[in-house]
Design a protein around this ligand. Structure first.
Ligand SMILES: Cc1cc2nc3c(=O)[nH]c(=O)nc-3n(C[C@H](O)[C@H](O)[C@H](O)COP(=O)(O)OP(=O)(O)OC[C@H]3O[C@@H](n4cnc5c(N)ncnc54)[C@H](O)[C@@H]3O)c2cc1C
Length: 312
């Protein structure tokens, strides 16, 4: 108890008004699932993040970085440790220059992709259209190498500014960044603070048209009006997880408040009151059936916090 109070004083000293104790995490995720975090902290600047990392290290407390929670499944038991919810310092976007026909913009990690896409249209900047409808933050998009319709965020990324777990700011150019399909190699405890993206000029009307086209395709294929965490499994090489799941006939199967979407087999939706245990049950069922039927072991795309899948 004494340790908890001491820690509370320490954390509130670093982030006045930004510390929440025993905070439920479900409202911070798009699937609205998850128990309480010991600490949910909203640092306002780099200095606060640095001090928080120092405290976590000194007190030997695990920490997690939360973006907009659109690719997360958090355990019903919640998380022991600190969850850093990054806000967006002002200005969220800095124009750095124009070279070889391309604009270089630096964007803060907490900035929502939806706002960046709108910024692109308003400023006649081409290259962000494929991000329309992905409900994450820039930090989350970099950490996941988010992508759609054959494009990934790595393609427009020039560099990232990363805070190491020891509190050092590192600038990593594209070649040093380990982007792969739906992942970026980060050292344990590293936090992406911001990054540079390269965009070309275009006509507002054609950028808007392309954005709307991709958005409509997404709306037709995905259950966007339901609570979800996006695609649950990664596509295996040369195939689609959705196709393999559909083949098993599991579309529409429910467990508790969770359902394998009848719109898109690679989505699990929260129909109300779903628990992480329900989603994990369905994920285990899907993996077992796909393995049995197609010989493919699906790997989760959604990040599991405080919970895990069965070994098969
Ligand atoms: C309806 C729907 C549709 C989706 N469609 C797509 C799609 O088409 N393509 C696609 O790729 N994804 C899609 N997603 C998944 C998700 O939106 C993306 O992965 C998104 O980039 C995650 O961003 P986030 O801010 O929500 O990250 P979170 O879910 O908060 O976090 C995801 C991971 O990123 C890490 N992270 C977040 N911010 C940082 C940071 N600053 N530094 C270090 N690590 C960080 C977290 O620790 C965690 O491991 C979809 C999700 C939904 C709900």
């Amino acid at each position: 108890m004494y340790r908890q109070q001491k820690l509370k004083r320490l954390l509130e000293g670093i982030c006045p008004r930004g510390v929440k104790e025993r905070e439920p995490l479900s409202p911070y995720t798009t699937i609205r699932i998850g128990g309480r975090a010991d600490w949910l902290i909203e640092p306002k600047n780099i200095s606060e993040i640095k001090q928080l990392l120092e405290t976590a290290r000194a007190e030997n407390i695990p920490w997690f970085v939360l973006g907009r929670g659109s690719n997360l499944l958090v355990s019903d038991r919640g998380l022991r440790g600190m969850v850093f919810h990054l806000s967006t310092p002002r200005p969220p976007i800095t124009i750095k220059g124009f070279k070889n026909g391309q604009h270089l913009l630096e964007v803060e990690a907490g900035f929502p992709l939806s706002k960046l896409v709108r910024f692109g249209i308003e400023n006649r900047l081409r290259g962000l259209e494929f991000l329309a409808g992905i409900p994450g933050s820039m930090g989350g998009a970099w950490a996941m190498n988010a992508g759609s319709y054959g494009k990934e965020i790595k393609e427009i990324t020039a560099y990232l500014i990363i805070l190491s777990s020891e509190g050092r700011m590192i600038r990593k150019g594209k070649k040093e960044l380990g982007f792969a399909y739906r992942s970026l190699k980060l050292e344990p405890g590293e936090v992406i603070l911001s990054g540079g993206i390269k965009l070309s000029s275009g006509e507002a009307e054609s950028i808007q048209k392309e954005t709307l086209k991709l958005w409509s395709q997404r709306r037709a294929a995905q259950p966007l009006n339901r609570l979800s965490c996006g695609s649950v499994f990664k596509n295996p090489p040369g195939d689609f997880a959705g196709r393999l799941i559909e083949k098993t006939g599991l579309k529409g199967v429910q467990r508790g408040g969770a359902q394998i979407s009848s719109r898109h087999a690679n989505f699990i939706v929260n129909q109300g009151g779903a628990r992480a245990a329900d989603v994990l049950y369905l994920m285990n069922l899907i993996r077992a059936r796909v393995r049995e039927q197609s010989g493919v072991l699906l790997e989760p795309e959604v990040r599991l916090w405080g919970c895990s899948l069965k070994e098969i």
